[in-house]
Design a protein around this ligand. Structure first.
Ligand code: HEM
Length: 587
């Protein structure tokens, strides 16, 4: 009994009203042997007297919290009358609750400390992956690995990999390892290893490891994102829609869109206002996509509905943190139902497509565009209506920002390098003159310098500045003991290669002449390489050419004084510098 009652907690219990009841009880009942009651009138016991004092128990010095719980039955034995029981029960319950909470807080804090320490040990161990594999690596930091905080640091991914490339190349490495958080990423530095991954050993690296969420957003499972045999089948089905012959049949759509751009340039010229290049060319790109992939004729310089929708999707998809999170933890992202594209805007596009498809089917309308090629495939049982929609959305996803960005940076370089602008204009006017002043498909193919200007723009400003692959089968790098393990992410540092003076002397200078040779080097990767390279490269380049011709054939342009130099360049969706051009009409 003494032992049970001697808890520190119990000792601090204040009797309060209950001491009166105890007073009566004690008189009626004999204390159990070994207990001595305090002498004198028990009613004289003051309020706030501790329980120990009342019952005259001795405190035992070493007590535990747990012992307090056992107090209740013993006291019950002592204080049989119910009113005493109730009084003490309240006190004891109070005591128990406090103790319960306190003990839990202690357990909780201890558990957190232990878990945190274990997590830290695990994370540090995870960051030794490349060391354990014998792969040269760049030292990472917790928690972001070799990257900075994606919320506060907006450095584009292409620039990170350019830096990794330069650091590893300086150490004379052919490949190296970095980390995104704790996920290891393999970075090839030597062009032979790039070729191995993208071409020769493609079967081990056919996946990109892009995030998509098919369950909640079926159209996100597209040619860009799916892998394996599913990708192979889709690619085989879609390849015929991107041949030169098919693109030629869509050329007239581009001519119409280029005319609308020219009207916009003319208006700026008339009003003597600078033209906002990024905005203008994105409107043109919207019209091309609307016309060829969604099957509708739009003029985004007058009606901005489609333009705003596509812009909203593009901007929302640039969320740096979301991208990093979804790529690093795709399973969790899917579990959290994070969509690949903003659902509201996507639904607008899907509704638009449904209406167009319904209209064409019901009215038996046939139009020379990409949508028609897909509808023909659907009518031949090759794809279903959902796949038709998915490919139209893909056209926008892969072709909108890439084309607009290329056109924007090409115009910037032409404005900055007046001699290049002059050379290009000379070629364009000469070739058009040969074709009776008409910009035909054949005329555009003849413009070699135009092609070189685009090649050089894509070297310096590739819209997609890293190529991504995921290893799908363990692969040993020839002549080494290094095995790239299944599921390892691979990032090919395109920008690193494009700015390497070994491959492109004087890399910071815009020199279209460097692409005069017919064959492009393997270190030039703006459209990727191998079976998974860009399927829409011809279409994209043709569109950029048409945009440039619209500017160059009738107008001279230079950078407006408001343009801040050096130009901030971020690759990918973030590559949106504010470029204003002053336009003058040619005589
Ligand atoms: C100048 C414009 C363009 C550039 C620079 C560009 C660049 C790229 C790059 C770098 C890739 C990844 C290649 C790889 O991983 O090896 C890619 C893939 C792709 N691009 Fe383009 N692209 C452009 C325009 C277009 C257009 C207009 C379309 C129209 C549909 C398009 C459709 C695609 C598709 C579907 C893929 C995925 C191919 C696959 O995984 O099989 N691209 N593009």
């Amino acid at each position: 009994m003494t032992e049970y009652c001697s808890s520190v907690w119990l000792n601090r219990l204040h009797v309060g009203k209950a001491n009166v009841a105890l007073n009566q009880t004690m008189r009626k009942s004999e204390p159990p042997s070994g207990l001595s009651l305090p002498k004198g009138n028990l009613s004289s016991i003051k309020h706030n007297t501790t329980l120990d004092t009342i019952v005259g128990l001795k405190k035992k010095p070493s007590t535990t919290l747990l012992s307090t719980r056992l107090v209740k039955p013993n006291y019950l034995a002592l204080c049989r009358p119910t009113y005493v029981y109730e009084g003490y029960t309240t006190l004891l319950t109070l005591c128990k609750d406090k103790m319960f909470v306190a003990s839990y807080i202690t357990y909780f804090i201890t558990a957190i400390v232990i878990l945190f320490s274990l997590l830290l040990i695990y994370l540090k161990w995870a960051l030794t992956y490349w060391k354990r594999k014998g792969v040269p690596y760049l030292s990472p930091n917790l928690p972001f690995g070799n990257f900075s905080n994606p919320i506060t640091n907006k450095t584009s991914i292409g620039f990170y990999y350019k830096r990794f490339y330069e650091e590893l190349k300086l150490k004379r490495k052919e490949f190296g390892g970095v980390y995104s958080f704790t996920a290891p990423i393999f970075v090839p530095i030597h062009q032979d290893i790039v070729k191995l991954i993208l071409i020769q050993e493609f079967s081990n690296f056919h996946d990109r490891g892009f995030y998509y969420n098919e369950k909640d957003q079926p159209v996100s499972a597209s040619l860009l994102t799916v892998a394996g045999s599913r990708w192979r089948k889709l690619r085989t089905k879609l390849t015929p829609t991107f041949t030169s012959a098919k693109i030629k049949t869509m050329f007239h759509l581009m001519v119409t869109c280029a005319k609308m751009l020219e009207e916009q340039i003319e208006e700026c010229c008339r009003n003597k206002t600078p033209i906002n290049v990024g905005d203008s060319v994105r409107r043109m790109t919207t019209d091309v996509i609307g016309s060829s992939a969604f099957g509708i004729e739009t003029d985004s310089y007058k009606d901005t509905t489609l333009y705003r929708t596509l812009e909203n999707i593009a901007i929302k998809m640039t969320n740096h943190f979301k991208q990093t999170f979804c790529i690093a933890l795709p399973k969790l992202a899917r579990f959290l139902k994070i969509p690949q594209m903003p659902p509201e805007e996507l639904n607008l596009i899907l509704e638009l497509l449904k209406e167009t498809i319904k209209f064409r089917t019901e009215k038996k309308v046939i139009r020379n565009d990409f949508l028609q090629l897909l509808l023909d495939m659907k009518n031949n049982g090759l794809i279903d209506v959902n796949e038709v929609q998915a490919q139209c959305v893909l056209f926008f996803l892969a072709g909108y920002e890439t084309t607009a960005s290329t056109l924007t940076f090409a115009l910037y370089e032409l404005a900055y390098n007046e001699n290049v602008q002059e050379n290009l204009r000379k070629e364009v006017l000469e070739v058009i003159a040969k074709y009776d002043g008409i910009v035909t498909y054949e005329a555009v193919q003849e413009m070699k310098y135009l092609q070189m200007v685009i090649d050089e723009t894509l070297r310096m400003y590739p819209p997609i500045a890293t190529l991504k692959r995921k290893c799908t089968k363990d692969f040993r790098i020839p002549n080494t003991n290094v095995v790239i393990e299944k599921n390892t992410a691979i990032f090919i540092p395109m920008l690193g290669f494009h700015y390497d003076a070994e491959y492109f002397p004087n890399p910071d200078k815009f020199m279209p002449e460097r692409f005069a040779a017919e064959n492009l080097p393997h270190t030039y990767l703006p459209f990727g390489l191998g079976p998974r390279s860009c399927i829409g490269d011809r279409f994209g380049k043709l569109q950029v050419k048409m945009g440039l011709i619209s500017f160059i054939r009738n107008y001279k342009f230079k950078l407006n004084h408001q343009v801040q130099l050096p130009l901030p360049y971020f690759s990918g969706f973030a590559g949106r510098p504010n470029i204003l051009l002053d336009i003058t009409k040619l005589n």
